[in-house]
Design a protein around this ligand. Sequence first.
Ligand SMILES: [Zn+2]
Ligand SMILES: [Zn+2]
Ligand SMILES: [Zn+2]
Length: 103
Amino acid sequence: MGLREIFRSKKDCGHVSELVKVEPDSPDSCLKCVEMGDTWVNLRVCLHCGHVGCCDASKNKHATGHHKETGHPMIQSYQPDETWRYCYVDDRRVTDADSPARR
Ligand SMILES: [Zn+2]
Ligand SMILES: [Zn+2]
Ligand SMILES: [Zn+2]
């Protein structure tokens, strides 16, 4: 049982259990980019307050900027075909199934 706990804690970040359900603040855009008249590549949603921001492949990196501003540790991909989550603090992806993604 000890081993199993260690295994879990290696993959899990402690922040997952703190998550509550949030409403994304935008259905399909990075509002900060819209304000600036800029474009983005992909969207990420903050799992703590629902802030929708653009990913690190985008010029403005608003999702990361949001984390730096607020300290909110976890985001989820906001792409329709992606469900992975990412924790900035633990620097790891967290899958829904809590199992290694096999691709
Ligand atoms: Zn974490
Ligand atoms: Zn943006
Ligand atoms: Zn947030």
